[in-house]
Design a protein around this ligand. Structure first.
Ligand SMILES: [Zn+2]
Ligand SMILES: [Zn+2]
Ligand SMILES: [Zn+2]
Length: 336
């Protein structure tokens, strides 16, 4: 994420702010310009501004903004607390869409409709009814809104033995499955490249997951996979690796914006960072991670980045990085 200044007083503002904390000016994010402007009569706010503090401008001819239009199912707002969880998820979703937009990835389908779509659902009160499973199917990302509850998410993280579980992590992982369908599935050359690196995705998915949950990851999985879950199936390896590429790119852009990278020689924005080979990104990223892990430890927080990037894993991340960079070129061609 870049840094932003209040258009009225130039104080620092943050991506989720609806008002400047210094001078109180109402803020509107214009997504097509990727910039904040003052709220005035010429900038109609998203209809969700009063509901979930969405700070984007309404899309042309629409009541909702270009981010909120991606959401097709929202939780029952008559249930206490659901509004807070939904608002939290949408805040991270807006950041995700801004990141994907900066990377030049397509955010509409062939008909020009918002894609992927998001369904944010709560578990039914009746415990005998099926739970909401977070996942992706055919361009629809479903997220159980319990993940927006810190205590609940931490409980699941501990139960699953994961070093890291977060809303941005979920969103980045699930959107990877969507982009596998959009960018890889129908492109024979890309499919061959991805299968050569991540394995044959035609392996039985349900059986692979069942095996993973029963037997755990293979011994020495850290040599080949960024997470234990990545070893479950080639699709999950792709999604976990994709999520980590977004972690690296967004993390490096943010660190650069706060002058934390030193003389790395790296560009300061994700649009250009994605064009840099992983062997040049990984050094500054690992250096930053070691430093921030230590700072977090000093504060008693969980590690900033509790992962090991082996040479094989870095190769996988570079394959994803190159895929995203190549898709950017396509999006630009499509605009002509
Ligand atoms: Zn201000
Ligand atoms: Zn909105
Ligand atoms: Zn997945």
């Amino acid at each position: 994420m870049q840094r932003f200044q209040c258009p009225a007083c130039a104080s620092e503002i943050w991506f989720h702010n609806t008002n400047c904390l210094h001078c109180g000016t109402g803020l509107i994010w214009k997504s097509e310009r990727a910039a904040f402007v003052r709220r005035d009569a010429s900038t109609p706010p998203c209809a969700n501004r009063s509901v979930i503090h969405c700070n984007w401008q309404a899309a042309p001819g629409e009541t909702l903004c270009s981010a909120c239009r991606h959401t097709t199912v929202v939780p029952d707002l008559s249930v206490p607390g659901n509004d807070v969880k939904w608002a939290r998820i949408e805040t991270d979703k807006r950041a995700l869409l801004a990141l994907l937009s900066d990377l030049g990835l397509p955010l509409v389908d062939a008909d020009g409709a918002p894609s992927p779509r998001f369904e944010f659902r709560a578990d039914p009160a009746d415990p005998s009814r099926p739970r909401v499973l977070t996942g992706h199917a055919n361009g629809v990302i479903t997220l159980n809104i319990a993940e927006a509850d810190d205590a609940e998410r931490e409980r699941i993280r501990t139960q699953m033995g994961e070093p890291y579980r977060s809303l941005p992590g979920h969103l980045r992982h699930e959107v990877a499955h969507h982009f596998w369908q959009v960018l890889v599935q129908s492109d024979p050359a890309r499919l061959e490249t991805i299968r050569a690196v991540f394995g044959d995705d035609r392996a039985d998915y349900a059986a692979s997951l069942q095996n993973h949950y029963k037997n755990g990851p293979p011994q020495n999985w850290t040599a080949s996979y960024v997470s234990a879950y990545a070893s479950a199936h080639p699709w999950e390896d792709f999604a976990e690796s994709w999520a980590h590429v977004l972690h690296l790119l967004d993390g490096l852009e943010t660190a650069s914006a706060y002058s934390l990278l030193g003389p790395s020689g790296l560009p300061g924005d994700v649009a250009n960072l994605v064009g840099v080979p992983m062997r040049r990104l990984s050094g500054p990223w690992i250096h930053l991670s070691i430093a921030l892990n230590a700072v977090n430890a000093a504060m008693g927080h969980a590690s900033f980045y509790p992962f090991v990037l082996s040479p094989d894993v870095l190769g996988k991340l570079d394959t994803i990085r190159a895929l995203i960079a190549s898709a950017r070129g396509e999006a630009a061609e499509g605009a002509h």
